[in-house]
Ligand binder design. Structure first.
Ligand code: NAG
Ligand code: NAG
Ligand code: NAG
Length: 333
């Protein structure tokens, strides 16, 4: 009886590390969201990301960067960071003003939102490419292609007008070029190195099963929870033996508060067909030791506790009874 929980634990917490595969983010990008409520009210939000990990925030009131990790500055000096902060502060203010000034020309109605994403990414073979895309009201507007401003078809004549305007400002264009092709790649390599202990860490998932709300009469919803893993890529599947169950439904991979990830994977089955099904989890932190949980096995911690507690209690009660009997015999005789 004690052996079963131990065996299960051995399945849940397999050993073995996979150190050789390169893990971690490969890109840095800045997201800018500029909201205009009317001709006098605008709000600018900005943040800096390594893939899906935020490392920079922006305090719009003071116009300063927020460094969310101890290594968020990469290998840039404080002086260089202050110069970049000054540049972004000036850009955010002037860009907002310019857009407000030209808004009549663009014939955009309030309220509207401008979204921008720009950054650079490491390709295989160590080359680094950069990108810049802008959207207006959720539609693609402009992008940078081959070092020049390219209007997107969805942006219409406004986008063509915008590109014509930006290209006129040679100074601005030069700054964008330098940031994209020189500063960003240098920063990316530096920050990936500075944060490598955290970025390339491997955290093993925990997995457990539960049943969800019944999808209908005579049906069961089997739920496989996988939580606490890092990095994000994970493979989870309901299986019968080595056969993948095609009805497996994946939820979104959602973040935990500690920077790890959570995923819920469900399977809708006819009652009675659930025996022999298992949930299989593959993750880089597990090497080739997949987690396999079988439906119907006691996997929860409380069951493991019960399995230890009940025999111990029975033993204690037996001992107590035996002592009580001896004691009462002795008193009688
Ligand atoms: C502009 O929008 C802001 C925020 O919604 C609002 O507080 C302000 O009263 C508006 N101003 C005008 C002139 O409409
Ligand atoms: C990129 O621009 C250069 C000149 O600026 C041109 O010679 C080249 O053909 C362009 N490449 C593409 C893919 O458009
Ligand atoms: C930071 O690291 C990158 C890549 O290793 C390097 O090119 C750069 O010179 C370093 N220093 C600064 C200040 O960017």
């Amino acid at each position: 009886m004690l052996l079963l929980p131990l065996l299960l634990l051995a399945v849940i917490v397999p050993g073995g590390d996979n150190e050789d595969a390169f893990q971690g983010p490969t890109s840095y990008h800045i997201i800018q969201i500029l909201t205009f409520a009317n001709s006098t009210w605008a709000r600018n939000q900005a943040s800096g990301w390594l893939d899906d990990i935020q490392i920079h925030g922006w305090d719009s009131d003071s116009g300063t960067a927020i460094f969310l990790k101890p290594w968020s500055k990469g290998n840039f000096s404080d002086e260089e960071m202050i110069k970049l902060e000054d540049l972004f502060r000036a850009y955010f203010i002037r860009f907002t003003q310019k857009v407000q000034d030209y808004v009549s020309k663009f014939q955009v109605e309030y309220p509207y939102v401008i979204q921008g994403i720009t950054g650079c990414e490491l390709h295989s073979g160590k080359s680094i490419g950069s990108f810049l895309r802008g959207a207006l009201g959720g539609l693609d507007f402009v992008s940078i292609k081959n070092h020049s401003c390219a209007p997107e078809p969805e942006g219409g004549s406004r986008a063509q007008h915008f590109c014509a305007l930006v290209t006129q400002y040679q100074g601005l264009w030069g700054i964008i070029e330098t940031l994209l092709s020189e500063t960003c790649p240098r920063f990316l390599l530096g920050v990936l190195d500075a944060g490598k202990d955290e970025l390339q860490r491997q955290v093993k998932p925990e997995a457990w099963l539960s049943s969800g709300p019944s999808p209908g009469p005579g049906r069961l919803l089997l739920v496989c929870h996988v939580s606490g893993f890092y990095p994000k890529p994970v493979w989870v599947m309901w299986m019968r033996g080595e056969q993948e169950m095609p009805g497996t439904q994946q939820g979104d991979v959602v973040p935990n508060a500690d920077g790890t990830w959570y995923l819920r994977v469900t399977l809708d089955v006819t009652a009675g067909e659930e025996t022999g099904l298992s949930c299989r989890v593959k993750h880089s932190s597990l090497g080739d030791q997949d987690i396999i949980l079988y439906w119907g096995y006691p996997t929860s911690v409380s069951l493991i506790f019960l399995a230890i507690l009940v025999p111990s209690l029975v033993l204690l009660i037996c001992l107590a009874l035996w002592f009580l009997r001896r004691w009462s015999y002795r008193n009688i005789s």
